[in-house]
Design a protein around this ligand. Structure first.
Ligand code: ZN
Length: 344
């Protein structure tokens, strides 16, 4: 599936995207963080990019040369301004960005630069998106990309965690809440983790082409479907939790949605971990079962542990009025803090 975007076109899009910077992100000094060990050459999780020398690896006691482990990630490091900056840029400047559109590639280039600037190793996973009808508007087939960020510490067969958010929109909506809010929370998480240790290695993904292009269960979530399809059996077996951030800037409680059948959501270990983290933080949550409307479903369909955060109803859903003013910074902060508390 690689190579469907001409290199020259991609380079041009990257360069074009460079002219629309917003305020720089706060960068945590990576003093105690091993740098990425090089460009990934293998699976999209970057599983082959290096040994367990990343910030999540445990220090070896008793060795005179063992480095002091970096401090543990802290929800208090979340900067809401980082998340809101992404909302303003993606929805306010770039606007509607269906998964195969030039605007989408500008958005992907911008997110890639944000993540790279925070010290994450980023690669693009290309995949095909079919033509269809997106929220009433015909959209063409074409290539799209997932933007995959790692820190070189994911080892095939060893436990890891994934946080994702879709970057695309329906054709008529600038998508501030759906889903620049999720990308904003993802970037705030990336920033809070910079130079910090987590309980397991973490992969962050901005997914392309999540929005439906038809009515069947196969007509959406193309980016996350391609991502899961590319994982090895070992990578799937060792995934301990995947969280999709989708519409996380509206409301006063954070919806925690599981694909589990009615009454079984409490048995979902990822839900349990998120709820316990929320209680520690004092973040209110609501539980929703049979939640299958975001990228976590691509994982859950294969038996992998996927949960969605977000999804509170709002009037501008999939409308031109889905503008940055719709998004409440406080709710973005609650969500990003919850994610960091779950990962730490
Ligand atoms: Zn969405």
């Amino acid at each position: 599936m690689r190579g469907t975007v001409a290199g020259a076109t991609l380079a041009a899009l990257l360069l074009a995207g460079c002219s629309d910077e917003v305020e720089p992100l706060h960068q945590v000094s990576p003093t105690s963080t091993s740098p990425p060990t090089g460009p990934a050459t293998g699976p999209t999780t970057g599983a082959t990019t290096g040994p367990t020398t990343g910030p999540s690896s445990e220090a070896t006691p008793g060795s005179g040369t063992a480095p002091t482990p970096p401090p543990r990630a802290d929800p208090d490091d979340v900067r809401v301004a980082t998340a809101m900056s992404a909302v303003r840029h993606l929805a306010g400047r770039i606007g509607p960005r269906p998964g195969t559109s030039p605007a989408y590639f500008r958005a992907a280039a911008w997110v890639e630069r944000r993540l790279t600037g925070l010290g994450w190793a980023v690669e693009r996973q290309r995949f095909h998106t079919p033509a269809g009808v997106s929220w009433g508007v015909p959209v063409p087939a074409g290539p799209s990309v997932n933007v995959v960020a790692t820190r070189g510490d994911v080892v095939p067969g060893e436990p890891w965690l994934l946080v994702g958010a879709h970057l695309d929109t329906v054709p008529q909506a600038p998508g501030a809440e759906d889903n620049a809010s999720g990308i904003g929370a993802l970037l705030a998480t990336a920033e809070a983790l910079a130079g910090r240790r987590t309980r397991l290695p973490v992969v962050l993904v901005a997914f392309g082409s999540e929005e439906p292009r038809g009515h069947s269960d196969a007509d959406h979530h193309y980016g996350s479907t391609a991502y899961v399809a590319d994982l090895s059996d070992g990578q799937r077996a060792s995934l301990r939790g995947m969280v999709a951030l989708d519409r996380v800037g509206v409301g006063t409680a954070v919806p925690v949605g599981s694909p589990a059948e009615d009454g079984l959501i409490r048995d979902d270990p990822v839900v349990d971990g998120l709820v316990r983290a929320a209680h520690r933080l004092g973040v209110p949550v609501t539980l929703e079962d049979r939640q299958r409307s975001s990228d976590h479903w691509s994982f859950a369909q294969l038996g992998l542990p996927g949960v969605r955060l977000g999804g509170t109803s709002y009037a501008a859903y999939h409308q031109p009025g889905d503008l940055p003013s719709v998004v409440d910074p406080a709710q973005l902060g609650r969500t990003a803090r919850l994610v960091v508390a779950w990962l730490r």
